[in-house]
Design a protein around this ligand. Structure first.
Ligand SMILES: *Cc1c(COP(=O)(O)O)cnc(C)c1O
Length: 242
């Protein structure tokens, strides 16, 4: 991207954002909810740091990434530009990346096993910080795309609650491809209720992406994660794939 393209790119993102905000407001109105109850997380994976900076300048301060390498580079670039954002980690996370993630993440949405809980807790202890997390649920019980299987949910919740440096904020899921979004998000809302019996402060429900955020809002999502709706079709900008 040459510098002269940048105003045009910013305008393009501004227009997508305006449309997304309108559709979020409409989905909230239809559900008897208010837009301020729904946090928009812009997923910037595969897009350059400039796009993330445009989003922040347009008022979107919650940004999501799904790979540590790309996220840590982008977080550094935005910090160097003096742009304050809250980074959400939304992808599968290996234990050996916990220390890196603890340097920039505001919320890790994809906690799905006890080994990751202890790795994140240790990383936070070293840095003398607390970290907010969501427990990711595998709604169909297939853990291959991430998430804890329902039968192991409560044990995982207990392990997060026992971790000194982690704060459980709620649950997250990705709708299984074969499921109707409403079925998926009603199921997640049910998991969210069950988790709140163990942890009343865990009020966040992160659900809904470009294709299904309206359904997620109708089922009570408090956080939606939009990528292509805001930034267009994902292209690779050269961040290494690990
Ligand atoms: C990529 C991604 C998103 C955004 O997806 P879009 O369909 O582009 O909105 C949301 N959540 C997670 C976990 C993702 O990996």
């Amino acid at each position: 991207m040459t510098p002269t393209d940048q105003p045009r790119r910013r305008d393009e993102i501004a227009a997508s954002l305006r449309l997304a905000r309108e559709e979020i407001a409409a989905a909230c109105a239809a559900a008897g909810r208010v837009p301020s109850d729904v946090t928009l997380v812009a997923v910037t994976k595969n897009f350059p740091a400039e796009d993330a900076a445009h989003l922040a300048a347009l008022g979107v301060s919650d940004l999501g990434e799904n790979r540590d390498q790309e996220a840590s580079e982008k977080a550094r670039e935005l910090a160097d530009l003096g742009v304050p954002v809250r980074w959400h980690f939304v992808g599968r996370l290996q234990r050996n990346k916990a220390r890196s993630v603890a340097e920039y993440a505001h919320l890790v949405q994809s906690v799905d096993r006890a080994a990751l809980v202890s790795a994140l807790d240790d990383a936070c202890r070293r840095r003398d910080r607390r970290l907010d997390v969501l427990v990711q649920i595998s709604l169909d019980g297939d853990p291959s795309r991430g998430g804890v299987v329902p039968a192991e949910r409560d044990a995982l919740v207990e392990s997060v609650l026992a971790a000194e440096n982690l704060s459980l904020r709620g649950v997250m899921a990705v709708a299984p491809v074969e499921w109707q979004p409403i079925k998926a998000f009603e199921s997640l809302a049910d998991h969210a209720d069950q988790v709140r019996r163990l942890a009343p402060q865990a009020t966040e429900m992160s659900a809904g992406m470009t294709g299904d955020f309206a359904e997620a809002i109708s089922c009570g999502a408090t956080m939606i994660r939009l990528g292509s709706k805001l930034l267009g079709a994902r292209r690779n900008v050269g961040y290494p794939v690990r």
